[in-house]
Design a binder for this molecule. Structure first.
Ligand SMILES: NC(=O)c1ccc[n+]([C@@H]2O[C@H](COP(=O)([O-])OP(=O)(O)OC[C@H]3O[C@@H](n4cnc5c(N)ncnc54)[C@H](O)[C@@H]3O)[C@@H](O)[C@H]2O)c1
Ligand SMILES: OC[C@@H](O)C(O)[C@H](O)CO
Length: 354
């Protein structure tokens, strides 16, 4: 770390053969934390950016802002993996083009794949050609059952499960590395793992608030970061789909659920930020916002009153079925979505119209 030996120096650094952006090395104490930050990164990761970590308010004015890099629009397939858009010179018949447009290629990680919506999305990707699937979930029992069902329906695909808490950064990194080894590559990430919390805001305890944020928002980020590093290493690009919610768009009624609403709004902001940063790697990042779906999250007689209120405000007067998210998932994971980046698709039967 040459930079640590000089004061107030901006220069391009090379760390173990990796290209590193210019860094402000204002003083030695800051260099220590920078060094640690670098050492913790995956040594195979190709680009690392050193950030000045201000230790005092006055240091804020010594920063140089890191700058985002955008894609190269002239590169075929830029912003569009996987796979690249159908060119003019492809396939023979209209029927083949229709199939190719929505074909899903490669392998996927689906977090929360043991759950109702994650399972329906897993099936949809496999129906459209997915070769390998790794489910990340905490619920080993349900996951084992779902893997068995999927294996019997899709005997040609490699389908596996890893028990992992998406809020645990180390576990996520290890699970992603293992997945890349087992499946050979990771081309698609669906982040469905999530939890609800219906609570009056005045009663919310800090640890309950933190758990919802950690699972729904931070967990999604940790999975996306680990998978993006893998996709960048592969140099294949990829598609990431997060599950946000109607709760990211407006406040639900009648149930109070402030932590959930904030966590899902965070997911939408996360998606836009990652879509902007990672397009240059051919990674598209989008979200789907389901309305009230017929899953375990909305079951039970204690929810009868709420369900009636939800239905009274829904133009279609019904809940969504888990498979009704499939179209949006396949669209975003296939070449049909090759120019969709940083978007959110509402799938709510019109719930948010009123
Ligand atoms: N059901 C709805 O009406 C609805 C509406 C909008 C958004 N969503 C969102 O869709 C996603 C899936 O919901 P669902 O209805 O299928 O619920 P679900 O409970 O059936 O599925 C959630 C899955 O996530 C897993 N999970 C929870 N915490 C985890 C963790 N820390 N690490 C790994 N896995 C974890 C659970 O074990 C479960 O299998 C959630 O993010 C939810 O917030 C659901
Ligand atoms: O149980 C309530 C939740 O399902 C939530 O309101 C729903 O996920 C809509 O975002």
């Amino acid at each position: 770390m040459q930079a640590c030996q000089q004061q107030n120096l901006w220069k391009l650094q090379v760390y173990q053969g990796l290209s590193v952006f210019p860094v402000n090395t204002t003083n030695l104490s800051k260099c220590t934390s920078k060094t640690q930050q670098i050492m913790e990164l995956d040594p195979e990761f190709r680009e690392v950016e050193l950030r000045a970590v201000p230790t005092a308010r006055a240091d804020l004015t010594n920063r140089v802002l890191p700058q985002m890099m955008l894609g190269q629009g002239n590169v075929p397939g830029s912003l569009s993996a996987p796979p690249p858009p159908l060119g003019d010179a492809s396939p023979a018949t209209p029927a083949m083009r229709a199939i190719e447009r929505f074909a899903v290629t490669g392998n996927a990680v689906i977090t929360g794949g043991a759950g109702d919506l994650g399972y329906a999305a897993s099936r949809a990707l496999l129906e459209h050609g997915l070769k390998g699937l790794m489910i990340f979930d905490m619920n080993a029992k349900d996951a084992a059952e779902k893997v068995k069902l999927l294996e019997s329906e899709f005997p040609g695909a490699k389908i596996r499960f890893t028990r992992v808490d998406v809020a645990d950064a180390e576990a996520v990194a290890a699970a992603v590395a293992e997945t890349a080894k087992v499946l050979g590559s990771i081309d698609i990430l669906l982040c469905f793992a999530g939890m609800v919390s219906c609570q009056h805001a005045v009663d919310m305890l800090p640890n309950e608030w933190n758990r919802v944020m950690n699972v729904n928002t931070t967990g999604g980020f940790l999975c996306a970061q680990a998978v993006a590093r893998q996709m960048i290493k592969q140099d294949t690009g990829g598609s990431m789909v997060f599950v946000a919610s109607i709760s990211a768009h407006r406040v639900n009624y009648p149930q109070p659920q402030v932590s959930y609403n904030v966590s899902k709004s965070g997911v939408m902001a996360l998606v836009k930020s990652l879509a902007a940063e990672w397009a240059r790697h051919g990674i598209r990042v989008n979200s789907i916002s389901p309305g009230y779906m017929d899953t375990i999250l909305n079951e039970g007689i204690g929810l009868d009153n709420a369900r009636n209120i939800w239905l009274s405000r829904n133009p279609m007067r019904r809940m969504g079925q888990p498979d009704e998210l499939a179209g949006a998932v396949v669209l975003l994971a296939s070449r049909a979505g090759s120019y969709i980046n940083g978007a959110d698709i509402l799938v709510d039967g019109g719930q948010t119209l009123f």
